[in-house]
Structures are given as structure tokens and as C-alpha cells.
Design a protein around this ligand. Structure first.
Ligand SMILES: Cc1ncc(COP(=O)(O)O)c(C=O)c1O
Length: 389
């Protein structure tokens, strides 16, 4: 762990950062401590910065192809970290996962058709459905004392009138790392009902110690045949600004339909800094990532202890993956607006507002813990000052 310094505070103001430089626009208060957008306040690891600097030295930045190294790095990473064997021809490039979600909606559904989501969930999924004029079917998660479960009976019901299931796996914002058993049950329900699964696995590498990510498509060959898996180095190595992701589609027909959409929109290339960053991250990132997740676990532990001792009416959902803390404020007895105003204007904290995550988000706030411990400590003190009477 000593090799990597996650305690370092690196100022990000005035770097055109969404998290820092859009605070006034988003919160109406430019002074909040920003713990919202899912990127990290840790520096992108040196092996990625050095690879980019090396490429940047060449004085010509013309059109470029995606190298063989890029594909091999992804194949090796998925095999060693997630024990899933994938083939090069299964991989398509997209400039981000939200674009891929939207391309999937366009490729596999028609207007008016049903798409299942599992709220409270990453809210841009709703927009991907609404803006493409598809129908949102909510398979709301069950919150069992701070542990989220899938309502399989409801999923079976919704699957009868759906074309797609849009999954967040691991789940943002609840931090669930779905088990193989849960995934297999979901997969079987989808198989029985001809529902295609879009498994957004952007958080797949951010697994807390003691848990394991199981790719949806690794559950069985039949499930792989109906699954579109979306992965990226964006969250893992903090390179979201490079808009680079990989979409893995084993089934040839589904792959052709997806690629046809990419061709129609002329999207088959990104920027070469993205390819270089991906390749370097997947080639060299293992020990850095392990150290990162230990540090994030430390931040979760700190927050959990603090809340238990100082602020027991705010509850932390038990985290299994991601660096996102899903906080339950319902016992404070405050309305969502009161919680939001207190956070932004009294505590000066910029969290993500629970209700935007859809059903089950009311009374919750999402706090991003991918920051040096000193920042998490400061946020905790502010929470105490504001919410303890
Ligand atoms: C579940 C999930 N999917 C997709 C994204 C965004 O991905 P991209 O920036 O590659 O479009 C995020 C970012 O927070 C996310 O949490």
C-alpha cells in the first residue's frame, strides 16, 4: 500500500472538472465539498499518465486505429480479474457506456416497447428510455434492513412485457455486488421471456475486500447468448474524461445489430489517449487497484463508525462494491427538500440527491467516498454539525 499515496489531496478546481467546476450550476452553491459525480479525487495512476505522456510526445495526432494490444489487454484483464474468457471479435468500442446503453436501446427495441430497470438506480438509464420513447418498467429493489434484494416475482411479471433489462452490476447506488445465484435467476427469467440483458458492469473492478464480481454473461452459455456486457477503465482508473469503453457481445446476431447502429451513427473510433490509457491500465493496474479498494474500504469503515457513534439516525447501506455510500436519512424525519437544503447550504456538502435515482430513492443521499480520508473526515464533521441537534 505504501507505494501508492491515496492520502494526497490534489486540487481540481478550474480543470474543467464536472465535479468541481459545475458546483454552482448544479447545487446553486460553488462552495460545497463535492462528493457527487462518480469520479475519484485520487490521481489517475502513474503507469497510465506515463503511457499517455509517451504517446503525446509524438508530434502528430492524426487518425489512429485500435491496436491489437488494446484488445489483448482487455481479454487478459477480464480473464484474470473476473475469470471470464472472451474473444476479440466479441468486443466493440464505444466512447462511453451511456452511449452504449442508448445504442442498445436503439438496436434491440422499437418505440413503445418495455425496458426494465431496477430502482433506485443510476438515473441516466431513465433518460435513455424516455428520450428514445420506450416504456420504463420498474422492478424496484427490496430494501431489507439496508441490504438490497431483487424482487424476482415482480421481475417475472415485468419480463412478460419487456424487450430489455437494463442492469447496473455491481449496483449503483446501493453498492450491491450481485451473486452468481441472483444473476442466474435473473438470466433464466430473461431467457424464458426473450428479454435481452444489458449488463452495465462499469463498476466491475471496484469490488470491496471479501466480495467477488461475477460477470452476468459468465453464468451460462445460454445467458451469455442474450447478454450485452459493458465495461470500461473509466471508474477503475479514474479516466472518465477519456470516454473509452468496451462492449462485449458473444452472440453474433446481437453483435451485428449493435454494430450496425454504430456504423449508422459512424461511431467506431475514439481518441487514442483513451486506447493508450485503457491498455496501460489493464496491463499494469492490478496491484494499484487492490490498494485502491483497501483504501476505499477504510473510508467506508471510517464513515460507518462515525455514523454509528455520532449520527445514529443516518444509516449506511452495507457496501459490497463501488466507492459510493448510499445513506438512509429517513430516521431524521426530514423531507427530501429539507435534507437537500441542509446538506448544500448548512453543511456545504455536495451529495447526489436520492430521489433522482427513482423509486426507493426518497430519504436517501449518495456520497462519493473516492477521496482522501481527510476529506471524508471533514464531510463527517460537517454532517454531525448539521444533523445533530
Ligand atoms: C452505472 C453507470 N453507468 C454508466 C456510467 C457512465 O459511463 P460513461 O461515462 O462511460 O458513459 C456511470 C457513471 O457514473 C455509472 O455509474
Amino acid at each position: 500500500m505504501a507505494e501508492y499515496n491515496f492520502d494526497k489531496v490534489t486540487p481540481r478546481e478550474n480543470t474543467d472538472s464536472v465535479k468541481y467546476d459545475l458546483r454552482k450550476e448544479y447545487f446553486g452553491n460553488a462552495g460545497v465539498l463535492p462528493m457527487w459525480v462518480a469520479d475519484m479525487d485520487f490521481e489517475t495512476p502513474a503507469f497510465i499518465r506515463e503511457a499517455i505522456q509517451e504517446r503525446a510526445k509524438h508530434p502528430i495526432y492524426g487518425y489512429s486505429i485500435i491496436s491489437e494490444d488494446y484488445f489483448q489487454a482487455i481479454i487478459q484483464w477480464v480473464k484474470t480479474r473476473h475469470q471470464w474468457d472472451i474473444k476479440k471479435e466479441w468486443i466493440s468500442f464505444t466512447p462511453g457506456i451511456l452511449p452504449a446503453v442508448n445504442f442498445s436501446v436503439l438496436s434491440y427495441t422499437a418505440q413503445g416497447e418495455g425496458i426494465i430497470v431496477q430502482p433506485p438506480v443510476y438515473f441516466p438509464f431513465f433518460e435513455a428510455i424516455k428520450s428514445n420513447r420506450r416504456r420504463q418498467l420498474d422492478n424496484q429493489l427490496i430494501n431489507q434492513g439496508g441490504h438490497y434484494l431483487i424482487d424476482f416475482n415482480d421481475l417475472e411479471e415485468k419480463a412478460k412485457s419487456a424487450r430489455l433489462l437494463l442492469m447496473s452490476h455491481p449496483h449503483n447506488p446501493t453498492g450491491r455486488c450481485w451473486t452468481k445465484e441472483e444473476l442466474t435467476t435473473i438470466g433464466e427469467i430473461c431467457l424464458q421471456n426473450n428479454v435481452i440483458i444489458i449488463s452495465d458492469e462499469i463498476h466491475n473492478d471496484l469490488i470491496l475486500p471479501g466480495f467477488r464480481h461475477y460477470p452476468m454473461a459468465a453464468c451460462s452459455p445460454e445467458i451469455a447468448d442474450i447478454t450485452i456486457t459493458c465495461i470500461a477503465p473509466s471508474k477503475t482508473f479514474n479516466v472518465g474524461g477519456l470516454a473509452t469503453s468496451s462492449i462485449i457481445i458473444p452472440n453474433e446476431d446481437l453483435r451485428k445489430r449493435f454494430q450496425k447502429t454504430l456504423q449508422q451513427l459512424h461511431i467506431f473510433r475514439g481518441n487514442f489517449f483513451g486506447y493508450v490509457a485503457s491498455t496501460a491500465g489493464y496491463q499494469h493496474g492490478s496491484s494499484w487497484l487492490d490498494a485502491l479498494m483497501k483504501y476505499v474500504q477504510g473510508n467506508f469503515n471510517y464513515l460507518a463508525d462515525f455514523l454509528q457513534k455520532e449520527l445514529p439516525n443516518v444509516k449506511l447501506t452495507h457496501p459490497e462494491a463501488t466507492y459510493l455510500a448510499w445513506l438512509d436519512f429517513r430516521e431524521t424525519g426530514l423531507s427530501d427538500k429539507q435534507i437537500k437544503d441542509k446538506l448544500i447550504f448548512e453543511a456545504q456538502l455536495g451529495f447526489s440527491h436520492g430521489p433522482v435515482f427513482g423509486l426507493g430513492g426518497q430519504g436517501f443521499q449518495r456520497m462519493n467516498l473516492a477521496a482522501p480520508l481527510s476529506i471524508v473526515e471533514e464531510a463527517c464533521l460537517r454532517l454531525k454539525k448539521t444533523f445533530v441537534n
